[in-house]
Design a protein around this ligand. Structure first.
Ligand code: MTE
Ligand code: MO
Length: 201
C-alpha cells in the first residue's frame, strides 16, 4: 500500500499518455501551488457568488444557495502554461451549463471576465465556458479544495491553460467585448488554448 496525500496522485511511471498529452507538456509528480500574492482569507458566512453585466438575470448566491445547485463530476487533465500536467483529476461542483440556464446571457454578452477574491481576474470567451466539462468546483479527487488551491470554489476550464482556472472565484462579468485579465495583460495569451499552444502573446 502506498499513501497518497489529498490532491496528489501516484505517478503512473513511464505511462504513455499518447495523444492525451498536449505538445510541450510533461507529467508532474505532485500538484504545485501557483498563486500571485497571498491566499485570500474567506468567510463562508459572507461569501457570495455574483453574475452581472450583459445577462437577462443577474444573480447573487450565498454559499448555501450555491451548494443547493445540481452537482456534477468531471474527470479532466490539468495543463499549466509552464509545462507541467496532471492527468485524471476528478472535480466535483456545478457545471457552467447549469449556471448559464439561470442567467440567460444576452446575445451581446459573449465575453466573460472571471473575478476572484484577492483581485485576480482572467478573461474567457463564453463559447469556451460552454464546453460540457467546464465547472465551478469545490472538490478535487473527493476532497474539499484546500485554501491554497482555491477553497471554497474555483473555476475549471480543462482545454485552456490552468491560469484560466481561477481560484477563489467570486463572480462572472458578462461583457460585450474581450478585455484582458491579470496575466493576459502581462503577456499571457488572450485565449490560452492548450491544444494550439496559445501560451504567450
Ligand atoms: N485567483 C487566482 N487564481 C489563479 C491564480 C492566482 O494567482 N490567483 N494562478 C493561476 C495559475 S498561473 C495557475 S498555474 C493555477 C494554479 O493552480 P494551483 O495553485 O491550484 O495549482 O491557478 C490559476 N488560478
Ligand atoms: Mo500558471
Amino acid at each position: 500500500m502506498t499513501f497518497d496525500p489529498p490532491g496528489r496522485k501516484a505517478r503512473p511511471d513511464r505511462q504513455n499518455y499518447g495523444d492525451r498529452m498536449p505538445p510541450g507538456q510533461r507529467l508532474s509528480e505532485d500538484w504545485p501551488v501557483l498563486t500571485a500574492g497571498a491566499v485570500p482569507r474567506i468567510d463562508l458566512k459572507r461569501w457570495a457568488f455574483r453574475v452581472w453585466g450583459e445577462v437577462e438575470e443577474e444573480l447573487t448566491l450565498d454559499w448555501q444557495e450555491f451548494m443547493a445547485l445540481p452537482k456534477t463530476t468531471v474527470s479532466a487533465d490539468v495543463h499549466c502554461v509552464e509545462g507541467w500536467s496532471i492527468m485524471d483529476n476528478t472535480w466535483e461542483g456545478v457545471a457552467f451549463q447549469e449556471l448559464v440556464k439561470r442567467i440567460h446571457p444576452k446575445p451581446e454578452g459573449r465575453y466573460v471576465m472571471v473575478h476572484s477574491y484577492g483581485d485576480y481576474t482572467t478573461n474567457i470567451p463564453l463559447e469556451d465556458l460552454l464546453d460540457d466539462n467546464v465547472l465551478l468546483a469545490y472538490k478535487h479527487n473527493g476532497q474539499e479544495l484546500t485554501p491554497e488551491h482555491g477553497w471554497p470554489l474555483r473555476l475549471v476550464v480543462p482545454k485552456l491553460y490552468f491560469w484560466k482556472s481561477a481560484k477563489w472565484v467570486r463572480g462572472l462579468h458578462f461583457m460585450n467585448e474581450d478585455r484582458l485579465g491579470s496575466w493576459e495583460s502581462r503577456g499571457y495569451h488572450r485565449r490560452g488554448d492548450v491544444w494550439r499552444e496559445e501560451r504567450y502573446s
